[in-house]
Design a binder for this molecule. Structure first.
Ligand SMILES: *[C@@H]1O[C@H](CO)[C@@H](O)[C@H](O)[C@H]1NC(C)=O
Ligand SMILES: *[C@@H]1O[C@H](CO)[C@@H](O)[C@H](O)[C@H]1NC(C)=O
Ligand SMILES: *[C@@H]1O[C@H](CO)[C@@H](O)[C@H](O)[C@H]1NC(C)=O
Ligand SMILES: *[C@@H]1O[C@H](CO)[C@@H](O)[C@H](O)[C@H]1NC(C)=O
Length: 258
């Protein structure tokens, strides 16, 4: 409004100054002036309308700018979210790589530990074998063998069984470590023809024999063998005909690693 008033004033002044020379002398001049004022009024009206339109236009433009700004803001927000998502994705990949590296280095450590554990176990086993001395046993039968024919002798009385290679239930020695072994056994047959044959077996092979034949007195018989054994090889004593053989402490079966 102020702007319009100023324009109006300026225009009026202009008209007044342009016509000031004729103002006091002629009516037609004054009348013209009045007409011109009317014209000006009309123009002012037009101007006012124009101004109204212009402010409407400005308002609409303002609104458009405002909504455009909001769109941009939204896009920026979206971009921000997108950036964050990308950042999170990058971080996740980084973490994945790191945890993969960690897993692989853990695996390496675990493998090293396994190797160390195995070495320790081997060393302990070697040490225990050495500390226990050689594999060695001496066993006997707690009672006499009477008519014990063609059967394995179960020496049930265990005096020594270092390394536990002799089984007191089956009567079989099972080789736990490869090498040379000495085996010796003895029988004592009762007098009056109560003889006893005893063989040593390596797996199913019959090897040396002892033969006691009691005549006027009881008779002791024995034999000794050295066998080169592999792990799992079995050794035992088995009788042929054995009519009467005294038990502990006369009869025995011993073996040891050399
Ligand atoms: C998105 O990331 C790019 C590159 O890292 C950066 O130039 C831009 O400014 C970021 N935009 C926002 C909205 O954070
Ligand atoms: C040595 O003795 C230990 C403890 O009694 C036993 O666990 C280990 O089996 C023995 N080693 C041998 C070879 O007999
Ligand atoms: C016979 O062997 C079993 C099992 O190995 C054992 O428990 C038992 O003590 C042994 N008997 C003797 C008399 O050594
Ligand atoms: C003896 O028998 C055991 C058990 O069957 C077997 O592992 C081993 O190889 C045999 N040894 C020989 C010399 O035949």
């Amino acid at each position: 409004m102020a702007f319009i008033q100023v324009v109006l004033l300026v225009l009026i002044r202009q008209v007044l100054s342009d016509t000031s020379s004729d103002y006091t002398t002629q009516c037609p001049a004054r009348c013209d002036m009045l007409k011109e004022v009317d014209t000006l009024r009309g123009e002012m009206q037009v101007l006012r309308q124009l101004l109204n339109q212009e402010s409407l236009l400005r308002m609409s433009l303002d609104q458009q700018v405002q909504s455009q700004k909001m769109i941009i803001q939204n896009m920026e927000n979206d971009l921000d979210v997108l950036n964050r998502t990308t950042e999170i994705e990058n971080l996740r990949q980084l973490l994945n790589q790191e945890s993969l590296q960690r897993i692989s280095s853990n695996q390496k450590l675990k493998n090293e530990l396994d190797v160390l554990n195995r070495k320790t176990e081997d060393a302990r086993s070697a040490l225990s074998q050495r500390d226990n001395g050689t594999i060695a046993f001496t066993v006997s039968t707690s009672s006499a063998l009477s008519n014990h024919n063609n059967r394995r002798i179960i020496y049930d009385k265990v005096l020594t069984n270092s390394g536990n290679a002799y089984n007191n239930i089956t009567g079989i020695f099972t080789c736990p470590a490869p090498g040379n072994y000495v085996f010796t056994w003895s029988t004592m047959s009762r007098s009056s023809s109560e003889y006893c044959y005893a063989y040593i077996y390596h797996n199913n092979t019959q090897l040396l024999m002892s033969h006691g034949y009691g005549g006027s007195y009881n008779e002791v018989a024995s034999n000794t063998i050295v066998l080169l054994l592999s792990v799992g090889d079995m050794v035992w004593i088995q009788t042929g005909t054995c009519r009467y053989n005294y038990g502990y402490p006369y009869t025995a079966f011993s073996g040891w690693k050399i």
